[in-house]
Design a binder for this molecule. Structure first.
Ligand code: ADP
Length: 259
């Protein structure tokens, strides 16, 4: 089974030139096959503002009405994605920038209105295209995925990048890759004290996760990230790590997630 590394990089890293360059240098050095999934929320908010489109968030999640869908499609699928592709090509990496609609890689369904909350054009992932991921990787291509999917009915859907990374990892594991998924962001891992970067929790299994969550130590964006992490492990992904984007060359210094 070939080893595959999937890196998911959050918005704060992608949108800072220095941290992005550092990450892409390290990513370029990871042996292929490999794949990158990126966010881009802050850029979308900035471009929306330039276009006079209001950003509305509910519980930290973006409401995607039609004008906002246009913005995220342009910013995630265009600007952010192609800048990363060009930066990887410069480093000799044969990157191919795609959304989940391209090659039918990630299929989702529009999130239904629940408790009166309508997120608009937001996708909940249904499935991914295992065979096509395998074809790309086996052809020596390095896919770079934007956080967009489609519903098979002609609509692009704004989709959480952590979830896209999780589904991609599951599809690649299903296709026979020995898959490692590395969620990287601006902190050194999952922290016992949010304000203390030296308080990295080295390993978290499912029961520890539940107690950390109950104690409020794990909160906000870390909850769906960890839910995704456990789902991928249950589906056959070999290794999941949450770490600083500056440390992907030594990911074990972050938090290792185990069942
Ligand atoms: P990204 O898009 O960069 O991946 P998210 O906002 O989805 O980031 O999730 C990471 C965020 O989770 C952190 O920026 C932090 O605010 C929050 N968080 C909550 N609990 C913790 C914790 N125990 N350790 C680290 N981060 C945490």
């Amino acid at each position: 089974m070939p080893n595959l590394t999937i890196i998911k990089v959050g918005g704060a890293i992608v949108e800072n030139e220095a941290s992005l360059n550092h990450l892409l240098n390290d990513f370029a050095n990871i042996p292929a096959p490999k794949l990158l999934v990126h966010g881009g929320g802050r850029s979308a908010t900035r471009f929306a503002e330039r276009l006079g489109i209001k950003t509305q968030m509910i519980d930290g999640r973006r409401v995607t009405d039609t004008p906002m869908l246009e913005v995220v499609t342009m910013v995630y699928g265009g600007l952010v994605n192609k800048n990363i592709v060009a930066a990887l090509q410069k480093r000799g990496i044969n990157a191919l920038g795609v959304t989940g609609a391209d090659l039918n890689l990630i299929l989702s369904q529009k999130r239904p209105i629940k408790n009166g909350i309508d997120y608009g054009w937001v996708g909940d992932v249904k499935s991914g295209n295992s065979a096509t991921f395998a074809k790309l990787l086996n052809a020596g291509i390095v896919p770079v995925l934007a956080p967009l999917s489609h519903d098979g009915e002609g609509h692009i859907l704004n989709t959480n990048a952590d979830t896209i990374a999780a589904q991609t990892a599951i599809e690649c594991a299903t296709a026979g890759f020995n898959t490692s998924l590395i969620y990287c962001f601006e902190k050194d891992g999952v922290l016992a004290d949010a304000n203390d970067d030296s308080s990295v929790i080295p390993t978290i299994d499912f029961s520890k996760y539940l107690s950390l969550k109950a104690d409020g130590i794990i909160s906000g964006g870390m909850i769906p990230k960890l839910d995704n992490a456990f789902e991928t492990l249950r589906a056959g992904v070999k290794r999941v790590i949450i770490t600083n984007a500056a440390n992907i060359a030594t990911p074990d210094t972050g938090t290792v997630i185990t069942l």
